[in-house]
Write a new protein. Structure first.
Length: 129
């Protein structure tokens, strides 16, 4: 399970769903750690995966946070490996990270106002780690 200063992975009821809670400013190291986790996930799964990003007290992203080698590799792999990219609670100041993630994962983001509605749309739930 990924845990960085600003990103915490949420365990889900589906093995092909990767959920992350964003709780503060996203650094280059945070983004690189998440990209590395997703690159490994892409390599393990025969089929596409879904991603859920939950914004909770988001404080922006460092300039250049998405420009690491792992992030770049993840962008290329995501083209054929991400089925759905679901985003919850997008504050206006999170738009830059959404755009970065849309560049990182070239799948249009589906946005939801509540976490419960996003989990329902994905037919999944968070489970205790």
């Amino acid at each position: 399970m990924l845990t960085t200063p600003s990103i915490t992975q949420v365990q889900t009821s589906r093995p092909d769903l990767y959920a992350f809670r964003i709780t503060s400013e996203v650094s280059r190291e945070d983004m690189e750690a998440m990209a590395e986790l997703m690159n490994n996930a892409f390599d393990r799964h025969d089929d596409k995966v879904d991603m859920l990003m939950i914004f909770d007290r988001y404080d922006g992203a460092e300039t250049g946070a998405s420009w690491s080698w792992e992030a770049l590799k993840s962008r290329f792999k995501s083209v054929s490996n991400v089925r759905r990219y679901v985003v919850v609670g997008v504050p206006e100041r999170a738009q830059e990270l959404i755009e970065t993630m849309n560049a990182l994962i070239p799948v249009e983001a589906e946005t939801f106002d509540t976490e419960a509605s996003a989990w329902r749309a994905l037919d999944a739930e968070a489970i205790a780690a």
